[in-house]
Design a protein around this ligand. Structure first.
Ligand SMILES: [Mn+2]
Length: 311
């Protein structure tokens, strides 16, 4: 077991056994097309996290005291399919330990694995996809595990709600459900978009957050920046409402592509992650048991169940 803890928190808050939260880094960037570097995302995020203050002013809380276990990074990179399978397997192993599981990428293709794991463990899953890009291609450059295909499977198997979209291929219109898609240009002039999105969500929500959903003025360090994105406080307002009103079962954050010369994006990603945990556990006592409400029957049929004693 590694002695390095998330954000340098004391060991007592970083042990797997007692942590309610698990963080899995996935430093993978095999299929990105425009700009490489998302494989450096987890390290830059973790480094920025170590330099972040851990008291949240808004909620007057220190969410790290709920316990955050930093898992070993998933280093599989032999093929896009193998990465997705490794992410799926390890994510599921932690879900069935009754943890709040979070994943930091890496490029967006890893979310095919995270979503598959959550979808197998929770009933009637909604996937809240926050992204500049539709990511609905069934296949791209010879693989269905390409970053451009990140939520195609989710569009077929879950209640997929897409928010912040402002870039797509015409072929994706045949897959896209316009009723469940919130385009950035519409959101910019609709003050009620948050309410409408929340109405479209089911009770169990997994959030996949591509950092390029944010405006490049606040998040330049991402593989394919697109103008016209979300800003910091509206993003936090929105997330806070989602966490307050729904059972968010886990989340991933992807596509941090760090720039040596400008660390501000790394810090934004660190703060965003910590804010999301803060909203999840707001009002939860450190002594309270965590109940993720994953489907107990899924535990019985899981082929990974017998590996539980490994940790
Ligand atoms: Mn994107």
């Amino acid at each position: 077991m590694s002695t390095k803890t998330y954000a340098g928190i004391p060991q007592q808050y970083g042990a797997l056994e007692t942590s309610k939260i698990v963080l899995i880094p996935v430093p993978y960037d095999g299929t990105s097309t425009f700009q490489k570097g998302a494989d450096k995302g987890p390290d830059a995020f973790l480094h920025a996290s170590e330099n972040m203050e851990l008291y949240d002013i808004e909620t007057q809380s220190e969410v790290y005291k709920q316990g955050i276990y930093l898992a070993d990074p998933i280093t599989e990179n032999s093929s896009p399919e193998a990465v997705v399978e490794a992410v799926h397997k390890i994510t599921k192993e932690h879900i069935i330990k009754n943890k709040f599981v979070t994943i930091f990428g890496g490029e967006h293709s890893i979310s095919i694995g995270t979503i598959r794991a959550f979808n197998e463990c929770f009933d009637n899953l909604t996937v809240l996809h926050i992204d500049a890009h539709a990511d609905l291609r069934k296949e791209y450059q010879g693989s269905s595990c390409n970053h451009a295909c990140a939520v195609y499977e989710a569009s077929q198997t879950t209640n997929l709600i897409q928010v912040g979209i402002r870039s797509m291929d015409i072929a994706e219109t045949s897959v896209m459900d316009e009723e469940k898609t919130f385009f950035a240009h519409d959101m910019a002039k609709d003050e009620y978009w948050m309410d409408t999105v929340i109405e479209a969500l089911g009770d169990n929500v997994f959030i996949t957050f591509d950092l390029d959903a944010l405006d490049p003025s606040i998040m330049p360090s991402t593989g394919t920046p697109e103008p016209g994105g979300l800003f910091w406080y509206e993003t936090l307002d929105f997330l806070k409402q989602v966490f307050a009103e729904k059972n968010v079962v886990g989340f991933d954050i992807v596509e941090l592509c760090p720039n040596e010369a400008d660390k501000s994006s790394d810090f934004l990603a660190a703060k965003l992650y910590y804010k999301m945990l803060t909203y999840k556990f707001d009002g939860t006592d450190e002594e309270d048991e965590f109940e993720s409400n994953f489907h107990e029957s899924k535990k019985e049929i899981s082929k990974f169940n017998n590996e539980e004693d490994e940790y």
